[in-house]
Design a protein around this ligand. Structure first.
Ligand SMILES: [Ca+2]
Length: 381
């Protein structure tokens, strides 16, 4: 439907969403299908911010991909980055990426970071945890040290999203690192860590019930495989569902429910094609491979994923919010159980969305890649 086919009131909303970027950014009310909100800037002037976490004292931690961890305190982005951040491989899509807090952060102070670790043959996704003392990371421990022989110099598909389930397992994603072989793609083999979602204990040890914990030749951290580049990963505590979004190639970005030991198909099955326009495979389904809950063509450039729970937007309760880098918007997905019943574009044309989070304050936080900034959506009634 085009704007001129809409009733007048809705056409105005459409125009505000589609064209009213500047004013919408300055606190105007943005009206969407289910909620009205204002946009408030939390921090700007950053270089490729990638993720945000909120500390119990109200401060925010924000990663910048070139390798800096920043603090927002009392509404101000502190000029000095946190010291003691590990060295990162800041090339292509690589660098300092996700940040999350341990579910028991108030007791143990653990902060988890994922990043592209520099290795002799290139780089690969690594996870550490550390505590913040003054302006420095201390007590650093390695949670996942990638196999050095699997590193490559490819600048793409690091995955790197982190999320905890209610038992305190840490899930993290690693992309296929741009492997284009088919059917021998590393996402389809369990002898390597790439193109997978992984699961470890909070200290990095291997859970005994991981699907390949005792399989000779397999990487024991693997939880599932066949994932191209998962850059949205959120364990939804109320439903117990692990949601994932991953980049397809040209077309076919996916929303998946991640379950133990399953194969999500890449690149044997896909709804996308090569960037050159040539087919990757003739198949969109195959026995033994999971179908996405939904998929997006053209590709969103799916990055950042959250499920809304909070008191500020009751209309959005339980909705999924998926960020889009390439299509510069947020997709709100309403579900009936595990079935998609409604989708709506929000803040379309406002910039490349890198991360989405909901914290205990109930606002929806949005991380923009470039120009680098973080905003939050406040209800406007
Ligand atoms: Ca798939």
């Amino acid at each position: 439907m085009q704007p001129w086919q809409l009733p007048l009131r809705h056409a105005a909303i459409f125009l505000l969403l589609g064209c009213g970027l500047a004013s919408a950014q300055q606190g105007d009310v943005v009206e969407t299908a289910a909620a009205k909100f204002r946009v408030e800037t939390i921090a700007d002037g950053m270089t490729n911010p990638w993720a945000i976490a909120k500390l119990p004292d109200g401060r925010f931690l924000i990663t910048e991909r070139p390798g800096r961890l920043r603090i927002v305190e009392n509404g101000k982005l502190l000029p000095d980055p946190v010291e003691g951040v590990p060295e990162v491989w800041a090339k292509g899509q690589g660098g300092l990426l996700d940040v999350v807090l341990h579910p028991d952060y108030a007791k143990n102070g653990w902060i988890y970071l994922s990043f592209s670790k520099p290795l002799p043959k290139g780089a690969l996704t690594s996870v550490i945890r550390a505590r913040l003392k003054d302006n420095r990371l201390v007590d650093q421990e390695t949670i996942f040290d990638p196999p050095a022989d699997e590193a490559t110099g490819a600048g793409v598909h690091f995955g790197c999203k982190l999320t905890f389930d209610k038992e305190g397992h840490l899930f993290f994603s690693i992309g296929d690192r741009g492997d284009v072989t088919n059917p021998t793609n590393n996402a389809q083999r369990v002898d390597n860590v790439k193109g997978k979602i992984h699961r470890v204990m909070d200290d990095g040890s291997i859970p005994a019930d991981n699907p390949y914990a005792n399989t000779p030749g397999a990487r024991p951290t693997i939880w599932c495989n066949g994932n191209r580049n998962p850059q949205g990963l959120i364990y939804d505590l109320p439903s117990g569902i692990l949601w994932e979004t991953e980049h397809g190639p040209k077309g076919g970005d996916e929303l998946n429910i991640i379950r133990k030991g399953l194969n999500y198909g890449w690149p044997t099955i896909t709804y996308g094609i090569n960037y050159s326009g040539t087919p990757i495979t003739d198949h969109t389904s195959q026995d033994g491979m999971e179908q996405p809950i939904t998929y997006w063509t053209p590709s969103l450039g799916a990055c950042g994923l959250t499920v809304y729970h909070g008191d500020k937007f009751p209309q959005w309760e339980g909705n999924i919010f998926a960020g889009a880098l390439a299509l510069t918007k947020i997709v709100r997905v309403k579900l009936d159980g595990q079935k998609v019943i409604e989708q709506e574009d929000i803040l379309k044309g406002t910039g490349r969305i890198r991360d989405l989070r909901v914290f205990d304050d109930g606002y929806l936080y949005v991380v923009y890649d470039n120009p680098g900034k973080v905003v939050r959506l406040l209800p406007a009634n």
